[in-house]
Design a protein around this ligand. Structure first.
Ligand code: ADP
Length: 731
C-alpha cells in the first residue's frame, strides 16, 4: 500500500438535508483539528466546491460550537448540476487543490456519494488537465495526486446500502410517530380514519418502522407487491377491526407506494376507496418536510458524532491506492464499505422497485423488512387465528417501569394469542402477583398501548424472599401458568435468578421464564440496549437543549444530574449528544484534582468568551462529591467570572411516550420471546434473557448473563459504550 499523509481536509453536506448532519460536521471538524489537520468547511455542497472563494471556509474549534442540537445543516446544502459535468468537477478540483485539500468528508445521500466517488476516481486526471491548462501549478512529482474520500450516509429515507441506519432517519421516525400518535388521539375521539403519507420514494423504511412503532393499522410501501385485490383486503381488515371495537384507523403510506400495475398509488385513491367502500370519510395528512425538520434525536446525534469522528481517523490511515469508502453503522459498530458498492447497491434497490421485482428489492433491504411486514400483518388483525391451545403465559412488568414496556406487552399479548396461548398479566409486578392479582388479557385489551408510557399493568419493586416462593408457586399453579415473561431491570433479573435457585423445591416453578430487558439505565447483561433507555436519553437531551436556550448571554455553567444508578450509559450518551464539556461517570469516580482541573477549564473557556457550559453528572458518580458539592466547589473556585447552577432532572427522564427506537426494540424482543418459548421442549424450564446484539435478538442462559454483571455495581463488566468515552473527551 502506497504511503500518503493527509494534511488538509474539507467537510461538506450535500443533497437533501438531514437532522444530525451538524453533529457529523462538528465531530469531523474537531477531530481534524485535534489531529493537527487544517480543516475547511464547504458551504452548499458540491455547489460550494465548484464556486470556491468564500464557499470554502477554514474551520476552527469554535466555528462548530452550538450547532449540535440544530436541525438542517449549518454548512448549507444544494443540488449542483454543474458538478454532474466534468467541467464542473474540474473547477471543484482546482479549488480544492489550490487550498491543499487532500482529504474530503462528504455527508449526503446516494447522489452526493456518487459525486464523491466520481471526483475521487477522476482526481489525478483532473489535476493533470488543470495543470496543462495552466490553472494550477503541476502537482509535485513526489506527492501522490490522490484525493482521500470518506462518505457518510446522510438521508432521512434510510435507503443507503452499507449502513443499518443513515443520519437523520431516526429523527424522521420521531416526527412520524409523534404525528401518528396525535392523529390517533383525535381519530379515536371521532371514530375516524386517517391516511398519513410519509417520505420514501424507493424505500419503505420510514413507513414500515413508523407503522410498527405507532401501532398503525395498515401500511403501503414501495417494496411490497400489492395484491390486485389489495383494497378489498384492506377494507375487510379495517371493518373487522371496527367490529371488534377499534375506535380509529391509521393507515401509513410511503410516497413511493405503487398499484399492482406499477403506477403510483396516491393517498387520494386510498381515500376514495375508503369513502366509497366503507362509507367513512377518511382524512389525508401529508407529513412532507416536517419529517426533515427540527432538532435531531439523541440517536442521530450520537450516530453522526461517531461517524464524523471516525471519518477523520479513517482519512489519516488512508492508503493512496485505496478506493474511497463510506462509513456506516452495522451491528452497532462503525463499518466501512467501498463507495462503489454503496452507490451500486443503493441504486439497484430503486431499479428493482421500478421493475416491479419486489422480492429482490426486499432481499436487498435485508431480512428485517420482511419480518416487520409479517409482524404488522399479525398486529393489525382484529382477532387471533384459531390454534390448538399451547398453555398459559403470565406476563409481569417488574422493578421500575420503563417507557416501551406497554408496546412490548401489547405485542407479547397478540403474538401469544395468535400462537394459541392464553395470556395473563400480573398487576403491579411481583407485589400484585403474590396477592393473586392476575387478569387475563384479550386481543383488544392492549389496543392503543403502543404510545403509552409507564406500565399499564403496573410495575412494583418487590425483591422476593424465601417466604414468597410458596405463595408464588400457589398462584402460578392456580392459574395453570406454563411460562413466565418478565419485563424489567436489574430487580427483575435478580428475582428471576432467585426463583431459578429454588426452582426444584416447588413443582409449579419448574416452567420456562423469559426475561425482556427494560430499564432506562441500560445496565443489563446480555444486551446492548434495554427498552426505555433511548426514551430517557431523548428526555435528557431535550431538557439540555432547553437549558442551553435559557442561558442567554450569561457566563454560566450548569451541572446536570442524570439517572443511571451505577451505570454511566445515560450520562455519557447525553454528553456526546449535547456537547457537554465534562461528564462524571460512576465507572471512573471523581477526584478533587479533577474538579480543580475542570474549574480551570471553565475559567479559560469563559475568559475566551464562552457563555455557557454544561457538565453532566451521573447520580452515583461519586459517593463523596454529589450534585450540591460539585456545584459549591465550582461556584466557589470560579469566583466572579462565572455562575454555577445545578439541575437535577429526576423523574422527567423516565416519563412520557416511548421513542420509536424503544417501541421497535420492544416489538422485536416481544416477538422473539414468543418464538423462543415455542422453540423450547415441552417440559423445558429454561430461564433465558433476551437481548439485542448488533442487529440480532439473542437468547442467553440466565446464569451466563448474570455472570456478566459486576456486583455490587449492578452494571456489566464489559460496557460497550465505554468505547465512546475517549470521543466525548476529545470533542
Ligand atoms: P442526495 O445526495 O440526497 O441523493 P442528489 O441526488 O440531489 O441528493 O445529489 C446531490 C448532488 O450530488 C447533485 O446535485 C450533484 O451535484 C451530485 N451528484 C449526484 N449524482 C451525481 C453524478 N452521477 N455525478 C456527479 N455528481 C452527482
Amino acid at each position: 500500500m502506497a504511503e500518503r499523509k493527509v494534511k488538509s481536509i474539507a467537510v461538506m453536506t450535500s443533497g437533501g438535508d438531514a437532522p444530525g448532519m451538524n453533529a457529523a460536521v462538528r465531530a469531523a471538524v474537531r477531530m481534524g483539528l485535534h489531529h493537527g489537520l487544517k480543516v475547511y468547511g464547504i458551504h452548499s455542497g458540491w455547489q460550494g466546491a465548484v464556486d470556491g472563494g468564500d464557499s470554502i471556509e477554514e474551520m476552527h474549534w469554535w466555528s462548530v460550537g452550538g450547532i449540535l442540537q440544530r436541525g438542517g445543516t449549518f454548512l448549507g446544502t444544494a443540488r449542483c448540476d454543474r458538478f454532474r459535468q466534468r467541467e464542473g468537477r474540474l473547477q471543484a478540483a482546482v479549488n480544492l487543490y489550490r487550498l491543499g485539500i487532500d482529504g474530503l468528508v462528504v455527508i449526503g445521500g446516494d447522489g452526493s456519494l456518487t459525486g464523491a466517488r466520481i471526483l475521487s476516481e477522476e482526481w489525478p486526471d483532473l489535476l493533470q488537465e488543470a495543470a496543462a491548462l495552466g490553472r494550477i501549478e503541476p502537482p509535485e512529482r513526489h506527492t501522490t495526486p490522490t484525493l482521500a474520500v470518506v462518505g457518510l450516509p446522510g438521508s432521512i429515507d434510510n435507503d443507503t446500502y452499507g449502513s443499518d441506519m443513515s443520519i437523520g432517519a431516526d429523527t424522521a421516525l420521531h416526527r412520524i410517530v409523534t404525528a401518528a400518535d396525535q392523529l390517533a388521539s383525535t381519530a379515536s375521539a371521532h371514530h375516524r380514519t386517517f391516511i398519513m403519507e410519509v417520505m420514501g420514494r424507493h424505500c419503505g423504511y420510514l413507513a414500515l418502522a413508523g407503522a410498527v412503532a405507532a401501532g398503525a393499522h395498515w401500511v403501503l410501501i414501495p417494496e411490497q407487491e400489492l395484491d390486485p385485490r389489495w383494497h378489498q383486503k384492506m377494507i375487510a381488515s379495517l371493518k373487522r377491526g371496527g367490529d371488534a371495537g377499534r375506535r380509529h384507523n391509521i393507515i401509513i403510506v410511503a410516497e413511493g407506494a405503487r398499484h399492482p400495475d406499477g403506477l403510483p398509488l396516491n393517498t387520494n385513491t386510498i381515500k376514495d376507496v375508503l369513502d366509497r367502500r366503507l362509507g367513512i370519510e377518511a382524512r389525508v395528512t401529508v407529513l412532507g418536510h416536517v419529517q426533515r425538520g427540527g432538532a435531531p434525536s439523541a440517536f442521530d446525534r450520537v450516530l453522526a458524532t461517531r461517524l464524523g469522528a471516525v471519518a477523520v481517523e479513517n482519512l489519516l490511515i488512508y492508503g493512496a491506492d485505496e478506493p474511497p469508502r463510506m462509513l456506516g453503522i452495522v451491528n452497532n459498530q462503525v463499518h466501512a464499505t467501498s463507495l462503489v458498492d454503496v452507490v451500486e447497491k443503493s441504486r439497484r434497490v430503486g431499479e428493482k422497485v421500478d421493475e416491479g421485482d419486489y422480492e429482490s428489492a426486499l432481499d436487498l433491504r435485508g431480512l428485517s423488512f420482511q419480518d416487520q411486514l409479517d409482524l404488522l400483518e399479525l398486529l393489525t388483525r382484529s382477532k387471533p387465528h384459531e390454534q390448538a391451545p399451547l398453555g398459559n403465559i403470565l406476563v409481569v412488568t417488574a422493578g421500575h417501569d420503563s417507557p416501551g414496556m406497554n408496546a412490548g406487552v401489547r405485542i407479547l399479548t397478540r403474538m401469544a394469542l395468535d400462537s394459541g396461548y392464553k395470556i395473563f398479566g400480573a398487576t403491579y409486578g411481583f407485589e400484585g402477583l403474590l396477592e393473586g392479582e392476575i387478569r387475563e388479557l384479550g386481543w383488544m385489551d392492549v389496543s392503543g398501548w403502543a404510545p403509552s408510557g409507564g406500565s399499564e399493568l403496573g410495575a412494583g419493586r418487590l425483591i422476593l424472599g424465601e417466604q414468597d416462593l410458596p405463595v408464588l408457586a400457589r398462584v402460578l399453579a392456580e392459574k395453570q401458568i406454563t411460562a413466565v415473561m418478565l419485563l424489567g431491570g436489574m430487580d427483575a433479573y435478580e428475582n428471576a435468578a432467585f426463583i431459578k435457585k429454588h426452582q426444584t423445591e416447588h413443582p409449579a416453578l419448574k416452567i420456562p421464564l423469559i426475561l425482556i430487558p427494560a430499564s432506562i439505565n441500560n445496565n443489563l447483561p446480555a444486551t446492548e440496549f434495554a427498552i426505555g433507555a433511548d426514551t430517557a436519553l431523548n428526555n435528557i437531551i431535550s431538557a439540555l437543549d432547553k437549558i442551553k436556550d435559557t442561558a442567554g448571554s450569561n457566563k454560566r455553567a450548569f451541572v446536570v444530574e442524570v439517572f443511571g444508578h451505577d451505570c454511566g450509559y445515560l450520562a455519557l450518551m447525553a454528553a456526546l449528544a449535547s456537547g457537554a464539556e465534562q461528564v462524571y461517570l460512576p465507572e471512573e469516580g471523581i477526584s478533587l484534582q479533577q474538579l480543580a482541573d475542570d474549574v480551570e477549564m471553565l475559567r479559560v473557556g469563559f475568559e475566551r468568551g464562552k457563555r455557557l457550559s454544561i457538565l453532566i453528572l451521573n447520580e452515583r458518580a461519586s459517593p463523596a462529591y454529589n450534585l450540591d458539592m460539585v456545584q459549591n466547589i465550582m461556584e466557589e473556585e470560579g469566583g466572579d467570572l462565572f455562575d454555577v447552577r445545578s439541575v437535577r432532572l429526576g423523574h422527567v427522564q423516565r416519563g412520557g411516550s416511548p421513542s420509536p427506537f424503544d417501541r421497535i426494540l420492544a416489538a422485536r424482543l416481544a416477538t422473539a420471546a414468543v418464538e423462543t418459548l415455542q422453540s423450547l421442549e415441552a417440559d423445558a424450564f429454561d430461564y433465558l434473557c433476551l437481548g439485542l446484539s448488533g442487529k440480532d435478538i439473542v437468547a442467553t442462559e440466565l446464569e451466563k448473563a448474570m455472570a456478566e454483571v459486576d456486583w455490587p455495581h449492578e452494571r456489566t463488566k464489559q460496557e460497550w459504550f465505554m468505547e465512546l468515552r475517549e470521543l466525548a473527551r476529545i470533542l
